[in-house]
Write a protein that binds this ligand. Structure first.
Ligand SMILES: Cc1ncc(COP(=O)(O)O)c(C=O)c1O
Length: 380
């Protein structure tokens, strides 16, 4: 059977990875400033993570949600403390889209409404309601397009107010830093306005922290830069450092009932241990502070390079905007400089999403190699 061909692939076959380095089948080493799309939070094969996962695997990998699982309870406590989200309840699933799907479903159960407000350039995943709230008609099948979603430009107070005041919305879903869309952010005033209007119109505010959560933005959650409190927070990606795990933090004001949400794989033993190991490393190695400090360092280095028109993002969720499409530059960085970077819906934006424990030396190497490629580009 051949593969269903939906992914355009770079000609690289990684077979091993350690820290920020990825090695291919020819033994060539690459620096991973992409983290498999913001997934690798504590570095590839971190020894603590490997030990914890190995130990758990030898004991028990999986059982369903029909038995008691103390690891889920422990994770709820640890996550509540680490994220200062003690007033929330944890529901575990296995991906970012599934997290948003459940978040939207909870909002609809809670309010009895069906319409959702999302923002231009948003990305919330590829499942039913999640993809309907994603601003990319190409990936929305007619089946998904049945969902009633109002798209509003980010930071447009008037458009937001006139939309929410029409009534009938169950949720507003918002990324505090747009990932796939290209690192645009709501201003603090706008995020606070959205939160206030959600309260006024009794609409559930969902913070999509699938990409920006778990310390990537320099705070545990990116919404925490704005002094607001969402009703529901969706998480995945960096949470498991590569193990497929997602979750929803649901405010205590939501009352669960048996059977309301469910999934076979969500919160299995290995998924819990992967997340616990990530939290332990984030805490032990002060990775949120590191993300903050290195984000500032990155801005400083980027501002020295003329070809870079704009630096975007926060912490280690960063991007460099050029005045040309970066697709070819990304290829050159891989094949000539052995560096992985990310792209986005903004074709001129090169994204930088490394593990949170990189060092200033890694950033220096990144800019040296980027500079080399930019110089080659202008000589041709
Ligand atoms: C902000 C955001 N939400 C949701 C998703 C979907 O996550 P997944 O691919 O795990 O379903 C993504 C994936 O890139 C994302 O960036």
């Amino acid at each position: 059977m051949k593969l269903f061909d939906v992914y355009p692939l770079y000609k690289v076959t990684p077979v091993a990875a350690k820290g920020i380095e990825v090695t291919d089948e020819q033994g060539e080493t690459y620096l991973d400033f992409y983290g498999g799309h913001a997934v690798i939070s504590i570095g590839h094969s971190h020894p603590h993570y490997v030990n914890r996962m190995t130990e758990q695997l030898q004991k028990m990998a999986f059982y369903s949600n029909s038995i008691q699982n103390p690891l889920q309870v422990e994770l709820g406590h640890r996550l509540g403390t680490a994220a200062t989200c003690e007033d929330y309840q944890l529901f575990m699933c296995s991906s970012g889209a599934e997290a948003n799907e459940n978040a939207l479903k909870m909002a609809s159960f809670h309010t009895g409404n069906t319409k959702v407000i999302a923002f231009n350039n948003s990305f919330h995943g590829r499942t039913s309601a999640a993809v309907a709230t994603t601003d990319n008609p190409k990936i929305v099948a007619p089946l998904n397009a049945q969902q009633a979603v109002d798209f509003v430009p980010l930071n447009d107070f008037g458009a937001f107010e006139s939309t929410i005041s029409q009534g009938g919305h169950c949720a507003v879903i918002l990324e505090a830093i747009q990932g796939v869309g290209g690192l645009d952010q709501p201003t603090t005033e706008f995020y606070q306005f959205v939160a206030q209007k959600c309260q006024e119109y009794k609409v559930v505010l969902i913070a999509d922290e699938v990409q920006s959560g778990f310390g990537r933005s320099g705070k545990f959650f990116a919404y925490q830069h704005h002094g607001i409190e969402p009703d529901i927070i969706s998480i995945a990606k960096g949470m498991g450092n590569g193990f497929p795990v997602g979750g929803v933090l649901i405010h205590n004001k939501f009352e669960p009932w048996y059977g309301q949400l469910g999934t076979t794989f969500g919160g299995n033993h290995l998924a819990c241990v992967a997340t616990l190991a990530v939290l332990e490393v984030i805490e032990k190695e002060n990775l949120i502070d590191n993300a903050n400090e290195l984000g500032c360092y990155f801005y400083g280095r980027a501002n020295e390079i003329k070809a870079i028109k704009k630096v975007k993002g926060k912490g280690l969720m960063l991007g460099l905007e050029f005045d040309f499409p970066v697709a070819e530059l990304r290829q050159r960085l891989i094949y000539n400089q052995r560096i992985f970077t990310g792209g986005s819906a903004n074709k001129n934006l090169l994204r930088f999403l490394p593990a949170l424990n990189i060092t200033t030396t890694h950033i220096d190497v990144f800019f040296e190699r980027l500079q080399l490629e930019l110089e080659t580009n202008t000589k041709e």
